[in-house]
Design a binder for this molecule. Structure first.
Ligand code: PBG
Length: 332
């Protein structure tokens, strides 16, 4: 036990190595670099469209013609990857636009690869922005989201992205068996090199509020609690992750981030595959809102928060702050 006496003993002095910036850097346990970031991008049909997202200041829904300039900026900042979300011009029960080879996501992938073939393109694979009811899968007659018929659509959607040139597909629908269904579909079609980043431990979270406005993907009835994880559960997250790894996930993910750092840590201890954390829309909005009011120092709090994800054990951070944070890191 660290008694008062011992604490005063010189051997227990911990401040010596904090004295100068150089010394602090020498003993720094974790790092934060632009290489750790994945930047989410919302893409939509049309031309010259750059529509601001209300609750996410600094984030936009971009038309494909505006992507090259955006991609050049992202690449210049040293960010290695983007995560694409498509905004659907129409919605139906079977999410048909999600598998349209000429849809906005395939077009965006091709435009990005023409601009910078080295930039890693990750695509979100989920139908909530494409279904008229806004759920992440296909709805049964009684209103329940049907697991197995959803798998067929998700696998087809992933293949659509792989064919257009996506490097990584990221299933986020939280249907059981989605990783295996996608892996089999991709392999059958010869896309054995396309990787899968699984949204393994994705919670039914109120932190997604601003995103649903951005992607126009709010459920029209009910909620997502019958497929996304229940916030009180942490052990279950490890089971989700192990199931996804067994099904062939190359990267696993915990989402949201800030309120789930304990889950990030548990998952880190449980598996060796690369681990991503999603610093979601509501977390970004809270930072922006408090900074706008002058209540917190945006840069300092932003970097501290991102470092916390690394300390908890994440290799990769999906964050709307990627561009600003990369610039902050350059300046520091
Ligand atoms: C699609 C999806 C969501 C997010 C990422 N993929 C929304 C949801 O599940 O309701 C949320 C991302 C964010 O809040 O930044 N299912």
């Amino acid at each position: 036990m660290l008694t008062r006496e011992k604490a005063l003993d010189v051997r227990y002095r911990l401040r010596r190595l904090r004295r100068t910036r150089t010394m602090r850097q020498m003993v720094q346990e974790h790092t934060l670099r632009p290489d750790d970031f994945i930047y989410p991008l919302f893409v939509q049909e049309g031309t010259q469209r750059r529509d601001p997202i209300g609750a996410m200041p600094g984030q936009f829904r971009l038309s494909v013609d505006l992507l090259p300039a955006e991609i050049e900026l992202i690449s210049r900042l040293g960010i290695p990857a983007v995560l694409l979300f498509g905004i659907s011009p129409y919605k139906d029960a079977r999410a048909s636009y999600a598998t349209d080879r000429e849809g906005v996501v395939p077009k965006a992938i091709r435009a990005i690869k023409r601009t910078n073939p080295d930039l890693v393109v990750v695509t979100d694979v989920c139908v909530c922005a494409y279904t008229e009811h806004g759920h992440c899968g296909i709805i049964r007659e009684d209103g329940y989201v049907d697991n197995d018929s959803s798998l067929t659509v998700l696998a087809e959607m992933a293949l659509t992205h792989a064919e257009a040139g996506a490097d990584i597909v990221a299933p986020s629908a939280m249907m059981d068996g989605q990783v295996q269904a996608i892996r089999e579909k991709l392999d059958e079609a010869g896309f054995t090199e396309t990787a899968i980043m699984a949204y393994s431990a994705k919670y039914a979270s109120a932190f997604y509020g601003p995103f649903r406005e951005a992607a126009d993907s709010a459920p029209q009835f009910g909620d997502r609690r019958s497929y996304q994880m229940d916030p009180p559960n942490a052990r279950e997250a490890v089971r989700e992750v192990l199931a996804d790894v067994a099904q062939g996930a190359d990267i696993v993910m915990v989402k949201p981030g800030l309120a789930y750092l304990d889950v990030v840590h548990r998952v880190r201890e449980a598996v060796d595959v690369p681990l991503a954390v999603y610093n979601v829309s509501g977390e970004y909005s809270m930072l922006k809102a408090a900074a706008e009011k002058g209540w917190i120092d945006e840069r300092a709090v932003g970097l501290e928060m991102l470092m916390a994800f690394r300390r908890a054990g994440a290799d990769l951070i999906i964050t709307y702050l990627a561009k600003e944070a990369a610039q902050w890191l350059k300046d520091s």
